[in-house]
Design a protein around this ligand. Structure first.
Ligand SMILES: NCc1[nH]cc(CCC(=O)O)c1CC(=O)O
Length: 312
């Protein structure tokens, strides 16, 4: 009898994507005992060079990978969860492994923290959420719209050739590709609420594969971390209820501790002139997915009742 065919993991070609995919490939080899093969897939997000927030944002990195899953050109895709649109796709399911550091990181050319940057310093980010929260804590900063992969953005604060005083990037991405030395401050989630799902991965596959193949189904179960899963369900339910995409000025972070799921959230005007903040908790067990979604929606409704729609 021949062995099982290899599990094919589709991936983008960026260093971050290859690194994230490599980690999950190792986990799946160990958990299934099967060979795992890496299949390159190109996405619009890698090819187009316009401003990300102008590009139609939602899902540019994800669509081609999902098409490859649905067309049976690969079996598994690994996404940064924050890049995954909140709307589900019929026939696909994902699990969320243990989340890494959810915080945003300041990378300053001269080693500064946010509070110590000189007056009027030029700080790069392509994210309206980060721009709005930067302006809330430091209205004097000159926030510059940038894009590109992590190394391109770090190039903007290079000691000799950089043209910016600082950039803000996700700590998880920097850590994953070994660029943690560039971080000059891990910004607290209170000062800068992260993107929904930031620091977490989504490992996605066809529902039919999980139904047909108990070894793969069990491996996916083992990959999933219930605390991460409940946290990101609440964060993403908030985002979905606000009808906000990944380019919206919405920051949120949920944690599970002692059976309590707590969601912290901020909605800010892009110009940093106004913000709404809220914290709410609910008791949960590992299986309380409906409660997690309800918490995110309740916090969104709280914001909507205060007029948040005009912020987004
Ligand atoms: N939008 C791009 C993107 N998608 C995921 C990460 C980093 C890893 C993560 O947040 O999980 C990044 C880079 C960044 O925002 O700095």
């Amino acid at each position: 009898m021949t062995g099982h065919p290899a599990l094919r993991i589709g991936t983008r070609s960026s260093l971050l994507a290859l690194t994230q995919t490599g980690t999950v490939a190792d986990d799946l080899r160990r958990l299934t005992g099967r060979p795992v093969e890496i299949v390159p897939v190109t996405t619009d997000g890698d090819v187009l060079t316009g401003s990300l927030s102008q590009m139609g944002g939602t899902g540019v990195f994800v669509t081609a990978l999902r098409a490859a899953l649905l067309d049976d050109r690969c079996d598994v895709a690994v996404h940064s969860l924050k890049d995954l649109p909140t709307a589900g796709v019929l026939g696909l399911q994902h699990v969320t492994p243990v989340r890494q550091d959810p915080r945003d990181a300041l990378c300053s050319r001269a080693g500064h923290r946010l509070a110590d940057l000189p007056h009027g310093a030029r700080v790069g980010t392509g994210s309206p959420r980060r721009a709005a929260q930067l302006r809330l804590v430091r209205p004097d900063l000159d926030v510059v719209d940038i894009r590109g992969n992590i190394d391109t953005r770090l190039g903007r604060v290079h000691p000799e050739t950089g043209d910016l005083d600082a950039v803000v990037l996700a700590a998880a991405g920097l850590n994953r590709i070994g660029r943690e030395h560039a971080i000059t401050e891990l910004i607290s989630v209170t000062d800068m609420a992260p993107a929904p799902g930031q620091g977490a991965l989504a490992v996605e596959t066809r529902s039919s594969l999980l139904e047909e193949d108990p070894v793969v189904a069990r491996a996916f179960d083992q990959l999933d971390d219930p605390a991460t899963s409940l946290s990101v369900l609440a964060e993403r339910a908030l985002l979905a209820r606000l009808e906000a995409g990944c380019a919206a000025p919405v920051g949120t972070h949920a944690t599970v501790s002692d059976g309590l799921l707590t969601l912290h959230a901020v909605v800010a005007r892009p110009d940093g002139s106004e913000q709404l903040r809220h914290n709410q908790s609910t008791e949960v067990a590992d299986t309380s997915t409906a409660e997690a979604v309800a918490l995110g929606e309740a916090v969104a409704d709280h914001f909507l009742a205060l007029g948040a729609a005009s912020f987004i």
